[in-house]
Design a protein around this ligand. Sequence first.
Ligand code: GDP
Length: 477
Amino acid sequence: ETITVAELANRMAERGADLVKALFKMGMPVTVNQTIDQDTAELLITEFGHNFKRVSESDIDIVASTEDEPEGTLLPRAPVVTIMGHVDHGKTSLLDALRGTDVAAGEAGGITQHIGAYQVTVPSGDKVTFLDTPGHEAFSEMRARGANVTDIVIIVVAADDGIRPQTIEAINHTKAAGVPMIVAINKVDKPGGNAQKVREALLQYDVQVEAMGGEVQDVEVSALKRTGLDELIDKILLQAEILELKANPDREAEGTVVEAQLDKGRGPVATILVRKGTLKVGDIFVVGAESGKVRALIDDKGKQVKTAGPSVPVEVLGLSGVPGAGDTLTVVENEARAREVAEYRAGVIQRKRTTQAPANLESMFSQFREKQAQQFPVVVKADTQGSVEAIVGSLNKIGNDDIQVRILHSGVGGITESDVTLAAASKAPIIGFNVRANAKAREIATRDQVALKYYDVIYDLLDEIRAAMAGQLGPES
Ligand code: GDP
């Protein structure tokens, strides 16, 4: 159950030296020609942002997320959209209103099912998929589990209330994920609403909408009066076109769990958002540490369907147990195989839980990531606005040409659940200056291995972060 570093690097299409560097930081000084065990290989693969498939007891087949499809097999797929924003700004109302624009709903005659996601067909025939758990917690939780399912985020801002704390959080979560946003200025039917004020206020948070000379699309809507919805959908489709979203529908399916529960009558049920391939009744699959055979597929209108292609959300029946949101579903060739992979994954999950080091800055260095290796992401919370500004200002200055601090979010007050999910998704530590984390935040931080660092002297804080940044760069630099 071993593979050489060179061979693994080859399959991942990464540089051998980068793997050696990452291994070194994990406390494993090896050369490219030495072998590593399966667990370590899996850890590396995940950390470099690839998926893996186990083909046999002794082999791992790396599936690089986008490069594994033969030329010419990729076809356009519907964009997957998440709605975020401050409480009461109209996220749920907008989701309902958008759902009402579905031209396919009437003819299907089905009853609306809330399965965690739905797809609408617009008059042009184009389709858009919406995740219907609004808010940034679910979004970042999924991302922390490696499931980047959202293509576009809609930030809802009530015209009569303007930018509020959760609006800022939503903007920061979206930026940290690198997902394009569209601003929906809602409640424009209300007297006292001022859309232009919202556009201007967004500038403070580095969001420049088109009317202000920027590139972020914005649209005035009323979820209540159902106005501006066509325009919003047009902007989603335009953004999707720019993103050139594609998938191969003609292969074994791979998807992500959007939600899952134990249903009294039907047993374990999961809503799967198909990412690539086509999921079919009768398919044998592994999902997280569970396995199964698709007994039935039910769409968001409550209708039984035989297949579901890319970007289509479906309820899947026939699971051995309840998987977690963000888990990946992979179709495999037979049941023996499915059980084998599921058991193996359960073992890996168990081992990871029991052997992983406590959260600290050290363990964070090993969270090597391909894309932002030269950025040092942090979340900053402090007791006063003055401290926040002083800390953010100093942190922005301690970088050099090789590495820079990236402030994912900063604010006044204690460390909350939302701070932790944001930090977890970007594998960033949280800096608390004269503030602490609440109980729920601590619990999630422990589970997701987020480092909580408390300080009361700015000098100490800067010293430690400087050292951690040097550590991330490694001995070669
Ligand atoms: P959420 O907390 O962001 O999901 O917000 P909701 O969708 O629950 O909406 C909060 C409140 O705002 C509800 O009372 C809605 O009826 C109201 N609301 C939502 N959209 C609009 C709108 O476009 N115009 C007006 N006047 N009220 C709205």
